[in-house]
Design a binder for this molecule. Structure first.
Ligand code: PGA
Length: 244
């Protein structure tokens, strides 16, 4: 639905300082060669100050992969939005299936984070997606509606939904165009009907690469992609950003 397409790199817990510097330097050389895309890079927390410095005064945006839902306090190991903002983060990924799986992040925690991010005028990238079991048992529609119902507050205009089927993350498996469009339509009607949200970005994530992305863009309603593995590889990113 949104006009500018978003290419969100989710580096996960990858790259050291040197590797991140090299990748960002390369990406900076591509500036202005992808007018249809907004390029957003989400490094792990410890890389954010370094990457943020490198990205001052240019058109690549920085985001984080998570945040806490409170301003500060006794929350060992967590990171506040206040510091992310100080480091120029404009976007925050929340509810990624890896956070849900390895950190027991529930819908209600995701919801608190989304509200906190919105009240700080940053943009949440909210991940939803069903497991293979849910897909096989045909219960995925109800499951996705429940995630949207629980995680998304009403009457918002800056929500970015990333549809990432868990079975497709890092596996090389990608849903068909009609499967992606089915979830886009479900999301559109559900958010409009239950949340009064008419405008949102809809990203696809899960095994996106330079070979499949153009076709996904051309054949579905997606407004961009959340990219894991391929986002670590400059050649892949160059092709995704400049050939699509
Ligand atoms: P992938 O990861 O592109 O490596 O499948 C996507 C994600 O988890 O955001």
């Amino acid at each position: 639905m949104g006009q500018v397409k978003l290419i969100v790199s989710n580096w996960k817990m990858n790259l050291d300082g040197k590797q991140a510097t090299r990748l960002i330097n390369n990406l900076l050389k591509l500036e202005k060669s992808y007018p249809n895309f907004k390029n957003i890079v989400c490094p792990q927390f410890m890389l954010i100050p370094l990457v943020s410095k490198m990205l001052k005064k240019n058109n690549i945006f920085i985001g984080s992969q998570d945040c806490h839902f409170l301003n500060d306090g006794a929350y060992t190991g967590d990171t506040s939005l206040k510091l992310l903002k100080e480091n120029n983060c404009k976007y925050v990924i929340v509810g990624h299936s890896e956070r849900r799986q390895y950190h027991q992040e529930t819908d209600s925690i995701v919801r608190k984070k989304v509200e906190h991010i919105l009240s700080n005028n940053l943009k949440p990238i909210v991940c939803v997606g069903e497991s293979l079991n849910k897909r096989k048992s045909k219960k995925y529609e109800d499951f996705l509606k429940k995630q949207l119902e629980n995680c998304i507050p009403g009457n918002q205009n800056h929500i970015i939904i990333a549809y990432e089927p868990v079975w497709s993350i890092g596996t090389g498996l990608v849903p068909t165009f009609s499967e992606i469009n089915e979830i886009y339509n479900l999301t559109k009607f559900f958010l409009k009907k239950t949340k009064n949200i008419k405008d949102f970005h809809f990203l696809y994530g899960g095994s996106v690469n330079s070979k499949n992305f153009k076709e996904i863009l051309d054949n579905t309603h997606v407004d961009g992609a959340l990219i894991g593995g391929s986002s670590l590889n400059f050649i892949e990113m160059k092709k995704i950003l400049t050939n699509c």
